[in-house]
Design a binder for this molecule. Structure first.
Ligand SMILES: C[S@@+](CC[C@H](N)C(=O)[O-])C[C@H]1O[C@@H](n2cnc3c(N)ncnc32)[C@H](O)[C@@H]1O
Length: 199
């Protein structure tokens, strides 16, 4: 199974009670750090079924969920069918471009699937409006044991250090605000999750 087919296979059972609770917690922390007060045009990159991003959609004037997995997007679309300001697009932003701009791009647990996360920051900066922000949630550097099958699940990075994200920010001419916002306990280990805000 490859990364894309993994998510298509998993889409129907993705929203477990544990994942719903975890993503809500991460979104609540993100909301606080971003201090969102006004409506923004928002993109959720690697939106999946929307567990993380849709928690923030009340602050969106428009909300676009972007993902490469048709199965995940089907689940996302079922949840948002009645929300006129929310739409989705099947798109691989590493290979394609998007003809829209945003005030805020959020992303949760998708960057570790990218071939070049640093290039993605540059690409996202180009579709960000002046004063806009990128808010990336992912794993702090880990030892490769967080996912049960890295190759099958399309995991290309075992988390990221703050230092390497400082380099991404420098390359893109942006500033980084890095915070550890959560800890996950499994495999008798503690894995940390960060929120990286680029602006
Ligand atoms: C671990 S899931 C996280 C889903 C959601 N953000 C959440 O927090 O519940 C990662 C998602 O990123 C998507 N993804 C992986 N690579 C991608 C890419 N290059 N472009 C867009 N989406 C991608 C996958 O299809 C999957 O839905």
């Amino acid at each position: 199974m490859t990364g894309a087919s993994h998510f298509n296979e998993m889409a129907a059972v993705w929203d477990s009670p544990e994942k719903i609770q975890l993503m809500k917690r991460l979104a609540d922390k993100t909301r606080k750090v971003l201090n969102l007060t006004e409506s923004v045009d928002m993109m959720d990159f690697g939106c999946g079924t929307g567990l993380f991003g849709l928690e923030l959609a009340d602050k969106a004037k428009t909300f676009l969920g972007v993902d490469t997995s048709e199965g995940m997007l089907d689940a996302f679309n079922k949840k948002t069918v009645d929300a006129d300001h929310i739409s989705s697009k099947k798109l691989d932003l590493e290979k394609e471009t998007i003809d829209r701009s945003f005030d805020l791009i959020v992303s949760s647990m998708a960057f570790h699937h990218l071939s070049s996360p640093m290039s993605m920051i540059g690409k996202m900066k180009n579709i960000l409006r002046p004063g806009g922000k990128l808010a990336i949630v992912d794993l702090d550097k880990e030892d490769g044991t967080f996912h049960s099958n890295n190759e099958g699940m399309g995991v290309k990075h075992f988390g990221f250090t703050e230092l390497e994200m400082q380099v991404w920010a420098q390359e893109a001419g942006m500033t980084l605000n890095h915070t550890i916002i959560n800890e996950v306990y499994k495999n008798n280990k503690t894995y940390r999750q960060f929120l990286a805000v680029f602006f």
